[in-house]
Design a protein around this ligand. Structure first.
Ligand SMILES: [Ca+2]
Ligand SMILES: [Ca+2]
Length: 248
């Protein structure tokens, strides 16, 4: 259980021992609400003319846009959802790298839809000052999409691990989902994904990534909970004092 969960359980036990049932109920609601919260980082991968991502026949990764001043392959804006007070990076000077996503098995084509299973891969997202914002390692995934048209395809993985960066503490445990929408896909002269001899053809594409995971509660939420508990205790003490004064 996450640290927040343990704090909640400990406080819950204290509430029950002291028969503060309203306090216990509020804690349960707070925990249920926070357990489902999601934090999302959108990484549009910038507007440079050449492609953002490449599949070379075996490995899927970002292409280097040639901007040497940033650590990542692709300069990008970054949008944050579910991070309290964290401002978006609205200039294309953050940077992102996806590496070593390996195609495994044969590519399957079913009624014009192509699916290529993948395994592994890592990503890193750096702030404009080249400090690491978040990194992760990916598990099993798939590149899926149409063999007719350059859009509407995706690379998706779930249940990956967050591994580092200044935003690591915003995410609860190993709840990483990673999704990359693919547009303007070009496989040789073919627009869209293409399969030859049960193998996905090499391609380049524009991409837009979404990194998401379960959010740990904001400190402000924790503060509200603690002040709620304190208020409940104060009210009880006042009620006891009033009873005592009436008896006197
Ligand atoms: Ca780009
Ligand atoms: Ca760079």
């Amino acid at each position: 259980m996450c640290q927040f969960g343990q704090i909640i359980i400990r406080t819950l036990k204290v509430c029950m021992r002291k028969k503060q049932f309203l306090c216990a109920l509020l804690l349960l609601f707070a925990f249920a609400g926070n357990a489902s919260a999601i934090a999302v980082i959108k990484v549009p991968l910038g507007t440079n003319a050449s492609g953002d991502v490449v599949f070379n026949g075996t490995t899927f990764s970002t292409l280097d846009d040639g901007i040497a001043g940033t650590l990542g392959n692709q300069n990008t804006r970054v949008l944050f959802l579910g991070f309290a007070g964290l401002p978006d990076i609205n200039t294309e000077d953050a940077s992102f790298t996806l590496s070593n996503v390996l195609a495994v098995g044969t590519a399957i084509t079913t009624i014009g839809v192509i699916a290529q299973e993948t395994i592994g891969g890592t990503f890193n997202l750096w702030a404009p000052d080249n400090t690491l914002l978040i990194s992760g390692s990916l598990t099993g995934g798939a590149i899926t999409g149409s063999n007719n048209g350059g859009s509407g395809s995706f690379f998706n993985t779930q249940l990956g691990l967050f591994t580092g960066g200044s935003l690591l503490s915003f995410f609860a445990g190993n709840t990483l989902d990673f999704s990359l929408a693919l547009n303007n896909i070009l496989s040789g002269n073919n627009f869209g994904l293409n399969v030859t001899n049960n193998t996905l053809d090499a391609f380049q594409a524009d991409g837009s990534a979404i990194i998401s995971g379960s959010a740990v509660p904001e400190p402000a939420t924790l503060l509200l909970l603690i002040s709620g508990i304190a208020a409940t205790r104060l009210k009880k003490r006042k009620t006891l004092q009033l009873s005592y004064d009436l008896v006197k």
